[in-house]
Unconditional design. Sequence first.
Length: 38
Amino acid sequence: MSVSGISTHDMQVLLNLKNAWQFILSSNSDFKLVLVCK
């Protein structure tokens, strides 16, 4: 199954990246502040 050329595997990778990013932001407020200040 693919939707507009994006395979389910690619979607899973994107979801994993998004979840990892949210975990980083929620677990490391100092890192988030650095990103906001840049």
